[in-house]
Write a protein that binds this ligand. Sequence first.
Ligand code: GTR
Length: 382
Amino acid sequence: MIKVPINYDEEKVKVRNLPELFVTNQGLKIDSKELWLSEKRDELLDVFASSIFGKAPTYSSELEFEAVREDSEWLNGRAIRSELKIYPLGKQNNAALTLLLYLPKQSDIPHSVFLGANFLGNDFVESDHERWPLELIINSGFGVATFFYGDIENDNPTGWIKGIRGEYLRLSGKQELLDDDWGAIAAWAWGLSRAMDYLCMNPRIDEKKVALIGHSRLGKAALWAAAADERFAAVISNNSGTGGAKLLRRNFGESIESITREFPHWFATNFEAYALDIDSLLVDSHCLLALVAPRPLYVASASDDLWADPRGEFLAAQLASTVYELFGYKGIDKELDFPPLNTVIGDVVGYHCRSGTHGITPYDWGRYIEFVQRHFGGSHGS
Ligand code: GTR
């Protein structure tokens, strides 16, 4: 594969024509939260669906589930660990995901939960202390819900055939995916929403306090899931980069050309065309982040993860904060410069850039726990 040239020189960066957050495509001025919600939100969602992530089918099935196992003495009796199989299209269909759920036992009140897909499979979560510091999270009073992202669709260009996208295509009788049909990121986001359907049915969970979290490609999926599905009460984007928090118009790090060549299955086919014509794209990542408003949003970068463009992630979070202001909340002050490393800034929109490489670490988790605790308020079941 021919490598696409990538810019890492700040002096060569030009950000032109960032799409407006406060004007609709028909020219209507948005100056209230009511107008944002009635006129701008859906317009942005439609553009993201048709131009970037692809349109997912409307979910109208009855979810079924069954318990696989339960250990009520996990973590020396401090937590309940359970695993269950979710069949979003009913048991008669192939589609299924296995949800791994940890709930602290400190109290009987419904728990706040972090929900995020995992990269390696449920059996590897407990030994992955860096990416899943379960003890830290559970001792802070939160539950954890996760499933293997490959349950929804394997992460390769033909993975969709045996995944949920293939299943829906067969059910619809269509032969092939259209240029604006969903890509893998939208499929993983769909899986997050189905896991949420289940969490809403579990009386041990406070469905109003589910924080979505995702790292890297799964950070892109978490942002898109939270944008489209307002049941998620907060979202955390960890090093999500291009197609996630990073401003696409900042020519620094991974570009649209590079990502759509290397991972053509992640997006709607339509996205590729914008590599050569970014000006015609009606959105950028600040619009994706603004779709989370007024819910708490945390964006985090890592200093050596230039591929994901930390500065582009920060700027998008800062720009999206203007929409939070419409709701009367403070995000990241527009006068602030890129913050020193390992320093948390912002209010309802939070940001930090950790020193180090691409990854999610206990340092990051510590900041997310503090952030979510602050915004969810009250008890987390502890
Ligand atoms: C990279 C990809 C990024 C990022 C990352 C990951 O190779 O170019 O957009 O998502 O993978 O998911 O780890």
